[in-house]
Design a protein around this ligand. Structure first.
Ligand code: PRP
Ligand code: URA
Length: 209
């Protein structure tokens, strides 16, 4: 069964408060999402494999470590996932990036896939699917299914805010996927919005609606 990790570092909690605040404008919202994504990347990469390396310091020979060079792929779910991509790339600059375009039909709440473009070797990469919100879990589950259908084997999912309903669905449909969350909220409202949440992540990032 995949792990569910709540990354509640004080810096993340502090920034998330301002992300949630309805008085935070688009520019500041975008900057804060970028910063939290970078802080989450720090935690998510905690188990990256290392290799021994011997180097000469100015004083003596030292046995040290370097990254083993695990291949990583970042997969933002369009469009709100893009808001977290640059923050992730600041810490994992060599990662390849794939895009999965999905939107949630507001009437049916079902996801509609409109774009998928992935690195060729996704079957060899550790993929991190990125989306600020895990609400009903439909988008995350369908995005992960789209990746598995194309050969992906190792997948993690990260989001800013999750509802318990979305976590349960994701655990049930994709028990092999570890889930990284900055905050686990109370529940969904009758329109499948996370409460207390932050509103519509895409609209707040891009100043739409
Ligand atoms: C939002 C969000 C997730 C999805 C979560 O995207 O970014 O992708 O809703 O909801 P779910 O867990 O119930 O599927 P939205 O569909 O609004 O599209 P957007 O990113 O283009 O704004
Ligand atoms: N998508 C969002 O952007 N916000 C929610 O609360 C739920 C789905």
């Amino acid at each position: 069964m995949g792990k569910v990790l709540v990354l509640d570092h004080p810096l993340i909690q502090h920034k998330l408060t301002y992300i949630r605040d309805k008085n935070t404008g688009t520019k500041e919202f975008r900057e804060l999402v970028d910063e939290v994504a970078m802080l989450m990347a720090f935690e998510i990469t905690r188990d990256l494999p290392l290799l021994d390396k011997t180097i000469d310091t100015p004083v003596m020979e030292a046995n040290t470590k370097v990254l083993a060079g695990k291949k990583i792929g970042l997969i933002p779910i369009l469009r709100a996932g893009l808001g977290m991509l640059d923050g992730m790339l600041k810490l994992i600059p060599a990662a390849r990036v794939g895009h999965v375009g999905l939107y949630r039909d507001p009437e049916t709440l079902k996801t509609v896939e409109y774009f998928v473009k992935l690195p060729l070797d996704i079957n060899e990469r550790e993929l991190i699917v990125i989306d600020p919100m895990l609400a009903t879990g439909g988008s995350a589950c369908d995005a992960i299914q789209a990746l598995k259908k194309r050969g992906a084997k190792q997948i993690r999912f990260m989001c800013l805010i999750a509802a318990p309903e979305g976590v349960e669905k994701l655990k049930e449909e994709h028990p092999d996927v570890d889930i990284y969350i900055a905050a686990l909220d109370e529940k969904l409202d009758e329109h499948a919005y996370i409460i207390p949440g932050l509103g519509d992540a895409g609209d707040r990032l891009y100043g739409t609606k």
